[in-house]
Write a protein that binds this ligand. Sequence first.
Ligand SMILES: Cc1ncc(COP(=O)(O)O)c(C=O)c1O
Length: 443
Amino acid sequence: MTVPSRHDPALDAQWMPFTANKAFKARPRLLVSAKDMHYQSDDGRAILDGTAGLWCVNAGHCRPSIIEAISRTAASLDFAPSFQMGHPLSFAFADKLVPLLPDGMRHVFFSNSGSEAVDSALKIALAYHQARGEPERRMFIGRTRGYHGVGWGGISVGGIEANRKTFAAQLMPHVDHLPHTHDLAHNAFSKGQPLWGAHLADALETMVATHGADRIAAVIVEPLSGSTGVLVPPVGYLERLRALCTQHGILLIFDEVISGFGRLGAPFAAQYFGVTPDIMAMAKGLTNAAVPMGATTVLGSIHDTVVQAAPRGIEFFHGYTYSGHPLAAAAGIATLEVYQQEGLFARAHALSPVWEAAVHSLCDAPFVIDVRNLGLVAGIELEPRPGLPGARAFDAFVNCFHEQDALIRVTGDIIALSPPLTISEEQIHELVAKVRRALESIA
Ligand SMILES: Cc1ncc(COP(=O)(O)O)c(C=O)c1O
């Protein structure tokens, strides 16, 4: 058997996720190591990480204390069963997480990814309504352009058409979608939250009238939509959604897989916007992505209702072999310590005006039709190439990687930037200059 060398692997066997496999394998982009703000490519270049990996390496790459915690744990407790058994690290991690969570959230259910955290959230919502004697509340309201991972629950409540169309015939029933808030006619070049669009939350009233409030279990939204191309919630929108959910006894689920762990300059978007959901899904920055992990947190009242409704035995028939895995829990504890010791959430907040000014300087770069930002996130929308949606931004992505030594992310014709929270002011300007050069190169 020949083992592929590190720098020359055979590429055929792996079927890559969310990737144009044929094009990638014809011209691969391989990352072989990482440190702080940079990746190293297989041809030896230092690549500036403009995306914190995939919105997840919030504390920068290969942090020594996180590596040390994982290594120590791997050598002493590789695995412990998670059903009817436990180990101290996952309890310690949950305990350490609670003070960071929005007020009233006191319990954490562990999984292995954002997709699983979302599916867990949906199941908890159904279990809660059943426990309180309203089992007919089983409908979910998502939002168009929402991304909630790739589980059946996530793609059903999600609203990214490309992710749904192949599976459309088998999606979950009893789902409807709010309109998204993206409208360049009103919101182009907004700095921070757009002023227009709070009224779009009122579509929930129409759904209540159509379906009946007593049939709706929960509304799920990303407080700031990331994967669909950085849609910042309009001023007052989330507050309106919260008020309507409360009025109609509908649970509000925030998917904070991207917006959590300091991305907006607060622990979670919930605190940034001052809007507390009933259930919240998280992942990514939870462990600085060093070990896969997801988590779902709920208000104390939701946990207590579900747990107390069961007379004896297992209260919630749901869980994963690797829920609270020792390596993930160890990585998570070490990650929270890095965030705290280095004040990274406050750092992101302090840097956000510099970030805003830098990304908006791209307003006159070729093809740019919008720039939007919040915290340390930015979306740069390009005019699509006629008849070839997404092609322009993809060319910018490829140019950035091969020619500018920068990693950016693109979705459709939108460039999404979300660097590690450790980025310096100088690196912010460097990243923006690289994006400008890429756009000029493909012009
Ligand atoms: C908002 C949101 N929810 C869920 C997910 C799914 O997470 P995962 O890929 O870890 O399953 C993502 C991934 O980007 C996300 O952005």
